[in-house]
Design a protein around this ligand. Structure first.
Ligand SMILES: [Fe+2]
Length: 233
């Protein structure tokens, strides 16, 4: 791990940390997003298992108070992060518990309490896709949407396995739904309603779990990606 593993997304407020994750025979980049909240504490979205170097960088930024598992897949690093940041509250969907026996949630995402306790963060559930059970968050102070799997893309920085896989599945330098989810959209009208809620937010960027952060043109990319799967946003 380099001396500075975190890269700045929004100065003093949001940082990104990428690590390689093998999934379905390809090596993806998986992102942890660090948000400094109004009270100076840190929220880790999709926490990774913290190396000493990363933990030191985080300690220098502020106390980690929130660990957020945003869907039923992004739980892999959460138990290790919870062990390292013992004062943090771990929040996630109950559906993630069934996938990871090590996971212990302090708060269920479905209860909506996170929004009450962190008012600057708005929870926007992505309905209609139980395969993910994902909640997207809108961080008002930085006008940032924090997503996980709702779209992805690959590019030159990716490992050859995913560059190849992405070309085959139409995700190379293009924002698309992850290939494994495209046939698992049982309620497209519900997904469309949820996506419209996201599109209404005055966000300046969409952070995703796998791929480069999508900047000002995120609305077009998000809309196109879902329309390709028959979801009329
Ligand atoms: Fe993912």
């Amino acid at each position: 791990m380099s001396e500075h593993a975190l890269t700045t997304v929004v100065p003093d407020r949001i940082w990104s940390l990428e690590r390689p994750v093998w999934f379905g025979g390809v090596r993806l980049r998986a992102r942890t997003t660090v948000v400094r909240l109004d009270d100076g504490s840190l929220l880790l979205h999709t926490p990774s298992p913290p190396t000493d170097a990363v933990a030191e960088e985080l300690d220098a930024l502020g106390p980690v108070r929130w660990l957020v598992v945003p869907n039923r897949w992004h739980h892999l690093g959460a138990p290790a992060a919870a062990a390292r940041f013992r004062e943090a509250t771990l929040v996630g969907p109950a559906s993630a518990l069934r996938r990871n026996r090590e996971l212990r949630l302090d708060l269920e995402l479905d209860a909506g309490e996170l929004g009450e306790r962190v008012p600057e963060l708005e929870a926007l559930p992505l309905e209609g896709v139980p395969f993910w059970d994902e909640t997207v968050f809108y961080h008002r102070p930085t006008r940032t949407l924090l997503g996980a799997d709702l779209v992805c893309s690959a590019g030159a920085r990716d490992h050859w396995t995913w560059r190849f896989g992405a070309r085959v599945t139409g995700c190379y330098e293009r924002v698309r739904l992850p290939p494994d989810a495209r046939r698992k959209l049982p309620d497209k009208p519900a997904a469309a309603r949820s996506l419209r809620e996201m599109l209404r937010r005055p966000a300046e960027r969409l952070v995703i779990g796998h791929g480069d952060i999508i900047e000002a043109d995120w609305r077009e990319h998000l809309t196109q990606a879902w329309r390709l799967e028959g979801v009329e946003v």
